[in-house]
Design a protein around this ligand. Structure first.
Ligand code: MLT
Length: 264
């Protein structure tokens, strides 16, 4: 399905009925990250999985400036379109950065939050520099090297060795991103605010999930983030890296469903 977010259009999948559950994917992927989560949860929830602008079917054909709040505005538009007043939100990595910023601006939209392999901290000066270099490179040429490197960072050692189907699927998702979308997202992430100091004020029931083999957001850091949240719970998924929803879908869904069952 398509949603107009002036002057662009984004694509999203909607399945099931019940309380709204909105799934926000990681960089540089698309809603396919949540395919098995959508299948498992649409029996009880209204599950919405958008492709962020510039990813998947939400094409971006020219250089465009996007901020983390721009993605958040698109999610708010989706809620308006679907008449959703409150949702359970799940965000993986960049999806989590977007949720931190959205929760600050629209706390009333949050019934609960699931933060998957993400962090509250902003980028270091070094990371900001690398993001800009990558953004410029991607706009100028075919970013195959960048995607090869991303693949080895996104996936855990177990997946890289034993799950060729998952490796192929993540590689395909990356290849479906628009170069301008990837560059814009790198720049948006580089400018995001640090949410660390705000963690003790976020009272939304929050499940923090981290893959044991995540190199981008070490599980230890995610555990500390959960401890800083007044209503935070932490679950580590073994044998998974940065993308547990696709690397270890069964363990991921068990953690998610057990958290959802605690919500009133
Ligand atoms: C993501 O998975 O969304 C990105 O790797 C996050 C990041 O680069 O900080």
């Amino acid at each position: 399905m398509k949603l107009f977010v002036s002057p662009h259009e984004i694509s999203y999948q909607e399945s099931g009925r019940g309380d709204a559950l909105i799934l926000v994917h990681a960089f540089p992927l698309h809603r396919g990250l949540w395919a098995s989560t959508v299948r498992a949860l649409s029996t009880r929830y209204q599950v919405l999985a958008p492709d962020l602008l510039g990813f998947g079917d939400s094409l971006l054909s020219s250089p465009t400036q996007i901020s983390i709040d721009t993605y958040g505005d698109h999610l708010v538009r989706l809620c308006e379109e679907k008449k959703i007043k409150k949702a359970i939100w799940a965000g993986c990595s960049m999806g989590g950065y977007i949720l931190f910023a959205l929760q600050k601006r629209y706390p009333g939209l949050f019934r609960a939050m699931v933060l998957v392999d993400t962090k509250a901290a902003a980028d270091s000066a070094e990371v900001i520099k690398i993001r800009e270099q990558n953004a410029s490179l991607i706009e100028q040429e075919n970013p195959t090297d960048f995607y090869d490197l991303m693949l080895t960072r996104l996936l855990g050692a177990t997946t890289l060795q034993k799950r060729p189907g998952v490796v192929a699927s993540v590689r395909r998702m990356m290849s479906e991103a628009s170069p301008h979308g990837v560059a814009a997202a790198l720049r948006a992430m580089a400018k995001r605010e640090d949410a660390t100091a705000r963690l003790p004020q976020i009272h939304t029931p929050t499940l923090v999930i981290a893959g044991e083999e995540d190199q981008i957001t070490p599980s230890k850091e995610a555990k500390a983030m959960a401890a800083a949240l007044p209503n935070g719970t932490f679950v580590e998924i073994s044998g998974a890296g940065h993308l547990p929803s696709i690397e270890a879908p069964e363990a991921f869904q068990t953690a998610l469903q057990s958290f959802l069952s605690t919500l009133k």
